[in-house]
Every structure is written in C-alpha cells, then in structure tokens.
Design a binder for this molecule. Sequence first.
Ligand SMILES: Cc1cc2nc3c(=O)[nH]c(=O)nc-3n(C[C@H](O)[C@H](O)[C@H](O)COP(=O)(O)OP(=O)(O)OC[C@H]3O[C@@H](n4cnc5c(N)ncnc54)[C@H](O)[C@@H]3O)c2cc1C
Length: 419
Amino acid sequence: MTRRIVVVGGSMGGLRAAEQLRAAGWTETITVIGTETHLPYNRPPLSKELLENPGTTADAFDSVKFRHRSSVSDVQWQLGTEVIGANLAENTLTLDTGETVAYDGLVIATGLRPRRLPLPGPLRGRHVLRTLEDAVELHQELRPGTKVAVIGAGFIGCETAATATKLGCTVTLIEGTSGPMQRALGEELSAGIRDYLVQQGVTYHGHAKVAGLLSTQADTESDSSCNGIRLADGTEIMADVIIESVGSIPNVEWLEGNDIDISNGVLCDEHLRVVGTKNAVAVGDVARFPDLRNGSGARRIEHWSIPGDTAKIAAKALIAELNNTALPEPAIPLPSFWSNQFDLKIQGVGSPNLATRIVELEGSAKTPHDGVVMGYYQDQALVAVVSVGLPADRQLHYRQLVDKRHSNQPQQDTQLQAI
Ligand SMILES: Cc1cc2nc3c(=O)[nH]c(=O)nc-3n(C[C@H](O)[C@H](O)[C@H](O)COP(=O)(O)OP(=O)(O)OC[C@H]3O[C@@H](n4cnc5c(N)ncnc54)[C@H](O)[C@@H]3O)c2cc1C
C-alpha cells in the first residue's frame, strides 16, 4: 500500500519540505495541508516592495508566489484547511472540517503568527503584518499624510516604518530599547541605523513602553477605532494607523496533549526529528533545534534561509526513519538574513545575538549608509558578520570566514584586512 507523508503548513517550509522529500527519494504520496488559501508565497516583500505597491490581491500574489519544481507537481495541496489536533501516537490529524487524516510520516511546518499587544480597546485601526492579505489591507491605509505608529523596531517594524514613510505617511517608531534591531545587531550599529532612519523622516521613540491605546468615542466598541497610543511616561502619540510589530508566537496549539516540548516552537534533535515521538520532523520558523555550530542549545531561527536548510535535513531523516535505514550525518545550517530599509541593504550571516564582543571591521557603525561591516565575536570566535551596502563577492568572503569560524583577533587578523 502506498504510504503518505503529510506536511502541515502550506508556506515556504511546507513547499521546501515537499521538494526535499522528493529530492531525497520519496516517491510515495505527499499531502500538504495549510490554513491559507494561497499556494506558498514569499513573505519578505510584504514589508517592502509589495507593501509599497501591491496592485490587486491577484497581482500581489502573482508577484510573490513561489515557482514549483516539477518534482512536486504531484503533491496534493489541501488549502484553506486548518489542522486543529494531532495524535502522534496513532499517526492521525484532525482537521477543522471534522475529517481525520492518517499519515505514515509528518512534517510540521506551521510557522508563526504575530504577537498582539495585550491591551484593551477596539481592534479597528490596529494592524499586524504576516500574510498577503495583511499587506494588501495595510497598504490601502497608507495614504500620504496618514499618521502611522509602528510599535516594535525589529526588522519587520523598521522595514514597515521605512515603506510607510516612502508612501508619504508621517511615521513614529516606538521601541522599548534605545535602538532599532538592537538585540540582533548590537548597540553601535543599531544606533547608527536609528540616526539614519530619523534622517529619512521617521520619528523615533526609544526606551518607550506602550501603556494603552487611545480610541475614538462611539456608542459601541465596534463603532470606535484606535487613534493613538499612550506611553507609560504619559506621552500620547496620535495615529490613524497602528502597526503592532512586537514579535511572534509559534503555531503549535494543534500539537497539545502529545507529551512533546512545544514551549517555544517544536523541540527537535539535530536531524529535525521531533523529540519524544516517531516519524515526525519540524522545519522552518516553528522548529527549535540544537545549534551544533556554536553549542548554544536549541533555538528557533526566524530567517528566510531556515525553511530550506531545515527541510534538507528533516526530509532525509524522516525518510530514513520510515524506511528503517541509517541516518545521514546532519548538515549544520548557517543562518543568514537581510533587511532593506530605504537605501540601506543590511546583510547578516551567523548568529550575532551570541556575541560577547562586537568590532567594526570596515567603515563606521555611525554612518551605515556609507557602508559598514561589523564582526560579532564569542570570545575569540567569529560567530557572525553584519554588513550594510557590501558587494556580493565581499559578502561571500565574510560568509566563508563565519562558516569556518575563524577565531583570530580582528584587529590583527590579516585575512580580515586583506580582502
Ligand atoms: C513581513 C515579513 C517580512 C520578512 N522579511 C524577511 C527578510 O527580509 N529576510 C529574512 O531573512 N526573513 C524575512 N522574513 C521571515 C521569513 O519570511 C520566514 O522565516 C519564513 O516565511 C518562514 O517560513 P515557514 O514556512 O517556516 O513559516 P510561515 O511562513 O509562517 O508559514 C506557516 C504556514 O503554516 C500555516 N499554518 C499554521 N498553523 C496551521 C495549522 N494548524 N494547520 C494548517 N496550516 C497552518 C500558516 O497559515 C502558514 O501558511 C519575513 C517575514 C515576514 C512575515
């Protein structure tokens, strides 16, 4: 009888998993079940070029949809369907249609959803950005002169603030720390980028805590809408549009009751196999897996490169388990990310958040617009490099250095100088 692998989550991780299962030799059935009604599409443009100019929803989808390799042309897509429960001991899933689906192998690719601010008040006027619909809907609100408050200056918050400013909105970016993307980039580069964003017209409120939402007066809450923010120090910021960009929550509730660790994503081993069960792997943003490169324990990584990298490892491991064959040595993903904000093209490789010491390797963090390269060291080991405006060949050079984990002092490191 033909066996079936079910992939839960019909986005990038789901698509990459299907491709890698085929590449690793799985010729039997693959079914992908996903809540969204679209076939997999690329999310990074949602805060950048697509948010700036989406066209109709159909145009928008066309511009971001992933091309499918012929190897996955026979994959069954069950879209617009949510998996609401799983029995991992019996290899069954429960769908929101009431249907029960049996599987031989399971790929968990359910990603994240945006965290919401736990503040009372009407929802009208408040936005998050994760899906194509979110982006198209938000774009319609971003008219010239619109007052926009972006809460949270992580990558997506900063990109959204930049795009809204480009569209002629008056944008205030509100952040709990002193600088944007500080946890990811460190204080110096964060401060340089904050100054750059301010030069581009963004108003920046650092060290700010949102204490409440302001709303228009109406007889019922459903008729009123949010029209501003009150900070803990009493400052009131009026806004027609409020964008909450305060992190994300892994979509794991459907796995509850299976005695596996889903406390922050799905805990996996180095092969991406779900710890505590059989014939199940996780990929993409939802997977929490050991950082063998740096020995820093299991963690989730929310970068575009991760669905593809984890799918490669997970597909081989799942097939080996199903066929009772030897497990291949797992590859060790090297995280990489990028972010575009106005003219800044930020590129990162490695894990900057592990750094105990950050050094300017080229240029100055104070003027990122002129080009800068920052090295992130854990003791003597180079664990990450983040650059702004660096040509591709130089990025490759730094990628190779991080990959090899060169551990020399940067100031004396001839390889870092001689490029
Ligand atoms: C606005 C935005 C901009 C970004 N920009 C960048 C960037 O510039 N650079 C970068 O490196 N990364 C960027 N990223 C991150 C990157 O897009 C993600 O890392 C990537 O999309 C993760 O893919 P995934 O498939 O693991 O998860 P997701 O894309 O979250 O997909 C999960 C899918 O599973 C579905 N699902 C959830 N629960 C269920 C369920 N119970 N049943 C069925 N289906 C379910 C969801 O509806 C969704 O379709 C950005 C992300 C966003 C949102």
